[in-house]
Design a protein around this ligand. Structure first.
Ligand code: ARG
Length: 249
């Protein structure tokens, strides 16, 4: 295989870039692209987009991998790592003790936290965890937002496949609040003004979380490759550039 490509390059029918691309190993990336601005599908181009997507494309490039995305449910990502059908999950995934029992996380790459979305008319009523005791809370299945909601006394929890479904439920008065990652609420409000009409984000962060990319336990090769690229990207300004692109200043 390699000889064939080398011959093609020598004969001048293949560029060196095409040659290295042809030899690049696949990096199978699992994601749940309904979590803008971290990962989403661009409906016009049908392309994966977002901060996490740019991050993993760059990390892969620096390690000579070709990214192959796999679109799956959020709660299917860790099982897919365990069976080896993906190499890494890129999904705004919070590093938690429970998940660390099953997978190894690369170094933390983004500081996050849960926040609240409510309907404008109840903005002065539901403003923190305490005020939601005994109320109905919409969350995304299998997330740290769902875990947080479970700690609220007497809360009735409605779990949806996506945050967008949870926001819709809130809008239709099926629930009193949505708990999800703060930047995801912020991005939804700004990028979907029609869908977000009548909803407001509370200026509160409920907890402190860090996102990390998990790999299969014991996959130190990939873990080290990703960590080295993350470190270099922080040092050479690439991380800051991508952060600015997706989160502004
Ligand atoms: N940060 C939260 C968690 O780790 C939510 C992540 C949801 N990500 C997604 N791509 N749907 O549980």
């Amino acid at each position: 295989m390699k000889a064939k490509f080398l011959a093609a390059v020598a004969a001048g029918v293949m560029s060196v870039t095409a040659f290295s691309a042809a030899l690049a190993k696949d990096l199978n990336v699992g994601t749940h692209p309904v979590f803008a601005p971290f990962e989403y599908m661009d409906t016009k181009t049908n392309q994966y987009k977002g901060f996490d997507i740019d991050m993993i494309r760059e990390i892969a490039k620096r390690n000579g991998y070709k990214v192959k995305f796999h679109n799956m449910g959020f709660d299917g990502l860790i099982p897919a790592l365990l069976t080896g059908s993906i190499d890494i999950a890129v999904a705004g995934m919070t590093i938690t003790e429970a998940r660390k029992q099953k997978v190894d996380f690369c170094d933390p790459y983004y500081q996050a936290g849960q926040s609240l979305m409510v309907r404008a008319e109840s903005k002065n009523v539901y403003k923190d965890a305490k005020s939601l005791e005994g109320r109905t809370i919409a969350v995304q299945i299998g997330t740290t937002g769902a875990d947080f909601a479970k700690t609220i006394k007497g809360a009735n929890i409605k779990a949806f496949n996506t945050s967008a479904d949870a926001f819709l439920d809130l809008k239709m008065k099926g629930s009193d609040a949505v708990i999800t990652d703060r930047p995801v609420i912020g991005y939804f409000v700004v990028s979907n003004p029609r869908a977000a009409k009548g909803l407001v984000q509370q200026p509160i962060v409920l907890d402190d979380e860090w996102f990390g990319f998990p790999v299969k336990k014991g996959n130190t090769k990939l873990l080290n490759e990703v960590n080295a690229a993350l470190k270099a990207m922080k040092e050479d300004g690439t991380y800051a550039k991508l952060h600015k692109k997706w989160f502004g200043n």
